[in-house]
Design a protein around this ligand. Structure first.
Ligand SMILES: *Cc1c(COP(=O)(O)O)cnc(C)c1O
Length: 396
């Protein structure tokens, strides 16, 4: 692809989100890239110097243009779109490890990522030490001579912890390991992780990048050499993104900055509104001064994100009634869509843990995670007020 003036790092994020990866302007040409469904492409034979194009290789025009847009937003040399967030995470880790190698990861991780590290990779001889991501000394202490990757996730799910990236980065550097970061909750609008020394910036593009709860996709952004190694894994394991999904992801990413501005604003407004309400024991959002990482978040993030959590008096039963009585917000897992989504970790991501184990992780029964959508804030408050009244109406 020709160098893209719209991807120029001097242009603002909003401009890059709209234009990076767009088709070259030519008379009669489309402004929006067409969907190219062809799995294969004409090849003039050896000697023409052209790379073989095949959609499993990730070099279909739609796969390329969405990758260019991701790299432009993250400010990285290169990027790759994949079939899912889990494909992005697993291909990244497989690209940098072999049997006998070791990974250091923050303890608070997306459920499937934790299962991959704790249950699946050990079958291939790759082990992981889990550390408290908020303990700056823990990263370096967990390194071994075979550590090849340090993995962080930020803000964490569902307690929205935001910790300083520097200790994990310094530990990775000292071990010659890569620093990989799942930045799904933050998005490049709220933080460009590569500027903080993250080598592989990973997203479940299913969430905010796509933004409309209508696709499954993943992304990794980083230096071209590393993205090349991850692309090789993707070709072999077959986790390429479908061209139609790549096109849909790109269409969603054009509005990422404007959506995130509003997600950030709606979530903070709701967090402030929930604070002190009868029946609400705790409100968790990094933008609130009551959040343990409020200062780190204020320093590192441009926005505190579209996620918030509340803990209801009355435990799990109250939370069940709360979720069952919503009319505007939908009770569903996942996050990052235009619609407000509400879920309880005890039924979803943390269902395998006992109530005591969940409590120890700051997720007591009654914990409700909210992905703030783009609806009118007053309509959401009214919806939550009614659901809260229903949740409290039965004595517990
Ligand atoms: C959803 C999610 C994933 C997994 O993404 P998929 O697109 O469902 O594969 C990974 N990490 C985080 C933080 C997520 O929220």
């Amino acid at each position: 692809m020709a160098p893209d003036p719209a991807a120029d790092g001097r242009r603002s994020l909003a401009t890059r989100a709209v234009h990076a990866g767009r088709p070259e302007a030519q008379p009669g040409g489309p402004v929006v890239a067409p969907i190219v469904r062809s799995s294969t492409f004409h090849w003039a034979g050896p000697g023409d110097g052209a790379e073989l194009l095949y959609s499993r290789y990730g070099n279909n025009p739609n796969q390329r243009s969405v990758a260019a847009r991701i790299a432009a937003l993250e400010g990285t040399e290169s990027a790759l779109a994949l079939a899912s967030g889990m494909a992005a995470i697993s291909m990244t880790l497989l690209a940098v490890t072999r049997a006998g190698d070791h990974i250091v990861a923050g303890r608070q991780l997306y459920g499937a990522t934790h299962t991959l590290l704790a249950g699946e990779l050990p079958r291939r001889g790759i082990t992981t030490t889990f550390v408290d991501p908020g303990d700056p000394g823990a990263w370096r202490a967990a390194l071994t001579p075979r550590t090849r990757a340090v993995l962080i996730e930020l803000p964490t799910n569902p307690t929205l912890r935001v910790f300083d990236i520097a200790p994990a980065r310094d530990a990775a550097r000292s071990a010659g390991a890569i620093l990989a970061a799942d930045m799904t909750f933050a998005t490049p609008v709220n933080i460009r992780a590569a500027e903080h020394g993250v080598d592989a910036v990973i997203h479940s593009a299913t969430k905010y990048l796509g933004g409309h709860s209508d696709l499954i996709a993943g992304a990794v952004a980083g230096p071209a050499e590393l993205i090349g190694r991850i692309t090789r894994m993707m070709k072999l394991y077959g986790g390429s993104i479908d061209p139609q999904t790549a096109w849909l992801l790109e269409r969603g990413m054009r509005t990422l900055p404007v959506r995130m501005e509003r997600h950030n604003r709606v979530a903070l407004a709701l967090a402030e509104w929930f604070t002190g309400l009868e029946g609400v024991r705790r409100v968790i959002h990094p933008g609130l001064p009551s959040h343990p990482d409020h200062d780190v978040a204020a320093r590192m993030l441009d926005g505190c994100g579209g996620m918030l959590s509340i803990v209801l008096e009355g435990g799990g039963e109250a939370a069940d009634r709360f979720c069952a009585n919503l009319e505007v917000a939908a009770a569903a897992p996942s996050l990052g869509g235009v619609e407000t989504l509400v879920s309880q970790p005890r039924h979803t991501s943390h269902a395998d843990l006992s109530p005591a184990e969940r409590s120890a992780r700051g997720i007591p029964d009654g914990f409700v995670r909210i992905s703030a959508g783009l609806e009118d804030v007053e309509d959401l408050k009214a919806d939550f007020r009614e659901a809260l009244a229903a949740a409290l109406s039965v004595p517990v």
